[in-house]
Design a protein around this ligand. Structure first.
Ligand code: NAD
Ligand code: UFG
Length: 340
């Protein structure tokens, strides 16, 4: 019988793409989302792509009673993928308690529900932000965890520790911590993609909105970094590639014989691309110009970080496959669908 998976935050950006890949792989999906940063219409997009409409619970994971009800109404959930979280770095500095409450209470509630409901494993959305500014690149999973530079980043570090402590206490659950680098792009069908709220903070949605004429110009935050072209370097990972890694991680936890109780994997391409190189890739892929100017550095930005994904490549048998220009074409198709 197909495993039943609870996807928290499943109408969000990465959650919706992962739901598509889970359904395509034969899993049954139940989504819980409070729609604080997504739209219920995302379910239509998922259905158009897969032909299946996942079960949907509109609810808040910080409310234990809601989760109790969910597990009663949807018995037999084998695994959880926990995407539900608040994720704006800047906002987390302004409103730290909101971030600690939402991200940590959500996780604690889910962990608490697992043994009682026979849920065997949880995949957790972590971030390369736990490494801070790396001493060396590419960075692998053995690199030290550096002091967090924002409450958001701190919730990821604390969440990883909470999971490790819970499993170490003898709780009958497994976990895979996935440290994402910079997820970008949209589903090739343009039925789902990123839905930024207000003025985007992240590079790619700002870039596509500028290309669409919604924003006048893109400001590159600093060109005086110690990098070949002076702009920051990131590891931009296609969101569908990223989504596929979750399916493999889930299978490993639920069906694998000899997996360790807690495992951690970097999810990146292994290639660093500068902000300017990414803009060039977009322009080359789409033929659309992106007006841009150089501005001041953004406080708290890491100069350069890219993944050593060898462990995920070898242990999970997962590899990022998408070409960055294809990813940029998908991002642009999605922006065009959203409107100009
Ligand atoms: P997103 O905001 O698009 O998705 C998160 C979803 O969770 C949203 O639909 C939101 O409505 C929902 N949600 C938030 N709090 C909730 C709660 N208490 N109960 C129920 N639903 C709730 O974000 P995303 O980019 O898809 O990120 C998913 C996960 O990956 C997050 O945990 C994020 O921190 C992590 N992550 C994202 C990135 C990135 O750059 N996008 C990088 C590293 C890690
Ligand atoms: N950038 C610009 N102009 C913009 C927006 C971004 O030049 O308008 C630059 C930034 O300075 C940075 C790069 O583009 O050098 C990438 O910035 P993003 O905001 O897109 O991404 P970050 O690497 O800062 O952070 C993202 C998520 C975090 C997450 C981290 C690692 O926002 O939540 O990736 O996964 F923790």
């Amino acid at each position: 019988m197909a495993h039943k998976i609870l996807v928290t935050g499943g109408t969000g950006y990465i959650g919706s793409h992962t739901t598509v890949e889970l359904i395509n792989a034969g899993y049954e999906v139940v989504i819980i989302d409070n729609l604080s940063n997504s739209n219920v219409k995302v379910l239509d997009g998922i259905e158009k792509i897969t032909g299946v409409r996942p079960a949907f619970v509109e609810g808040d994971c910080t409310d234990l009673a809601t989760l109790d009800r969910l597990f009663k109404e949807h018995p037999g959930i084998d695994g959880i993928i926990n995407f539900a979280a608040s994720k704006a770095v800047g906002e987390s500095v302004q409103r730290p308690l909101l971030y600690y409450r939402n991200n940590l209470v959500t996780l604690i509630n889910l962990l608490e529900e697992m043994p009682a409901n026979g849920v065997k494993g949880i995949v957790f959305s972590s971030s390369c932000t736990v490494y801070g500014e790396p001493d060396v690149n590419p960075i692998d999973e053995t690199a030290p965890i550096k002091e967090a530079t924002s409450p958001y980043g701190n919730t990821k570090q604390i969440s990883e520790e909470i999971i490790r402590d819970f499993v170490a206490s003898g709780a009958p659950v497994k976990s895979i911590l996935l440290r994402y680098f910079n997820p970008v792009g949209a589903h090739p069908s343009a039925e789902i993609g990123e839905l930024p709220n207000g003025v985007p903070n992240n590079l790619v949605p700002y870039l596509t909105q500028t290309a669409a004429g919604i924003r006048k110009e893109l400001t590159i935050f600093g060109d005086d970094y110690n990098t070949p072209d002076g702009t920051c370097i990131r590891d931009f990972i296609d969101v569908t590639d990223l989504a596929k890694a979750h399916v493999i991680a889930m299978k490993r936890m639920l069906d694998g014989e000899d997996t360790r109780a807690v495992e951690v994997f970097n999810l990146g391409t292994g290639n660093g691309l500068s902000v300017l190189q990414l803009i060039n890739a977009f322009e080359h892929a789409t033929g659309v110009k992106v007006p841009h100017k150089i501005g001041a550095r953004r406080e708290g930005d890491i100069e350069k970080i890219w993944a050593d994904p060898k462990k995920a490549n070898e242990v999970l048998g997962w590899k990022a496959e998408m070409d960055i220009e294809d990813t940029m074409r998908n991002a642009w198709r999605w922006q065009c669908k959203l409107g100009k």
